[in-house]
Design a protein around this ligand. Sequence first.
Ligand code: DC
Length: 240
Amino acid sequence: MRKVFVTVEAAARTAPATVIVAIDGPSGTGKSSTSKAVAAKLGLRYLDTGAQYRAMTWWMLANGVDVEDPAAIATAAGKPVIVSGTDPAAPTITVDGADASGPIRTHEVTSKVSAVSAVPEVRARITELQRTLAATAEPGIVVEGRDIGTTVLPDADVKIFLTASPEVRAARRSGELKGKDAVDLASTQAALARRDAADSSRKASPLAKADDAVEVDTSDLTLDQVVECVVTLIEEKRTA
Ligand code: DC
């Protein structure tokens, strides 16, 4: 059997470099499913930044902070301890040590998260958590959100901006909502439009496509096709 000896220096030279991938876009464009699948396929870590804003919102509601009052939100923004687990096969989120993955998906949190995430003190706190996670993720990370390519990680190696038609987004979102949170398609589409308008028009790092992001319209694509497209873009970048 032929033996191959590789020096530490040579291994370091040939090992793929750390890769940071930013995937932004509004909800219902397939961001979460795509980001998790891409991270799993490439052996990267995964961060759902929307979950962090939801966790902050849940904590504010649970602790009696008036979420209509930006000053009250700003004062409380430093208090909750939010920890994200970045395994794409089983991402986790805890607040003050308690599992928050269920409560952050309720209709109440969804309807208040845009107001909470518009407060600059909230964004500064969560942006710092995101940058720390990205800087320490080996061998890289896929970070999904609204402002990752523009503000949080402007030097990301690959930036993707996912879009889809309002009808397709509403249909996908309705499919995710279960039990008492389920509402009809028209209400879902109206709620998405309201959240988009709030997220895109806020002063502090709004939802926006970075100039150097690749836009992918997912309306007529299957999840596998979107994943394939993003993986190809990352591999092209890695071998460039
Ligand atoms: O992706 P999501 O629907 O779980 O995100 C929930 C909210 O969090 C979204 O309406 C806006 C906010 N958000 C944000 O302001 N910045 C991010 N990077 C991610 C989410």
